[in-house]
Design a protein around this ligand. Sequence first.
Ligand code: ADP
Ligand code: MG
Length: 336
Amino acid sequence: MGIRVSQVTKSFSGLRAVDDLSLDVDSGSLVALLGPSGCGKSTLLRMIAGLDVPDHGQIWIDGAEVTGRSVQERHVGFVFQHFALFKHRTVRQNIAFGLELQKWPKEKIRWRVEELLNLVQLQGYGSRYPSQLSGGQRQRVSLARALAVKPKVLLLDEPFSALDAKVRKELRTWLRGLHEEMQVTTVIVTHDQEEAMEVADKIVVMNKGHVEQIGSPVDIYDHPATPFVINFVGEVNLLTGGLAAQGQQDGQHDGDQEIFVRPHELELYAAPQAKSVPVIIRRVVHMGKDVHLELVLDDGQVLHAELTRAKVERTGTPLSIGTRLHVLPQATYSFN
Ligand code: ADP
Ligand code: MG
């Protein structure tokens, strides 16, 4: 058993931050709550932790209902975005904090702290103060402190979002490795879809206090359940006019339906193809291995396309501003 959230609602001054939300997190899995700022991710996490009380619904951890129980009774570890280490305690003392509260014997604390320093790869940093660490190292200490008491679940609220992009990327790879080693049921809150994709077994896409879709990273990307999900997870173009008609390949769509296409699923040709639509290049951005193009249709609609270098070469024409190309959507998405 992992975590079960059953029909949970929480309002703040009449506004529903979390709205009749249900969710299961399998034991030992890593689940990401993904959604825009204000959609209720932190509120949900805080209710799982016991820092907030639901207005309605129940929360279960490890097979036991904990809805009315205190934080201490739930055996959860948590880490927040802003480093919450004690400034005047060393790394060792910070990690030992929860163990001291639980009155572990001194010798056992010493061993446990050394074990955790190894786990978070901070051997040799035990005597330092938080101010003598980098941001990434501090968050690893926060994680060690959260894990020290062997929590049943680990709750992480945007733990890496205050760090720069490179460190953030390193830490999420590291977190995934740590999770595989520890197998602690983990919920991570993030508004960064790449982060969710990279670390999570399952992604819960949230919008306005409810769940839009739950699925593996592949499911969510390849089979988005709603227009919200396709817009939030990965880049997408909304097709209109003639191009939307081209996108309706199976002929079963009605005229009002929204048709979407991913930027990398736009095929570009130098010469017109059957059903292709002419466009003019308005902007070219070189992004290392990919080239991003802004294309304008005759009716003024703008499309974003992403091409690998190999694809650029296959178009057989130099891609510069003002070049005329012919576009054909490969895979499209629509919703009922
Ligand atoms: P997220 O973490 O997804 O950004 P939050 O859970 O923090 O979203 O917030 C969801 C909504 O609830 C927001 O509209 C926010 O302003 C509101 N909210 C959250 N906590 C409180 C609070 N303690 N008091 C009043 N409103 C709150
Ligand atoms: Mg939040």
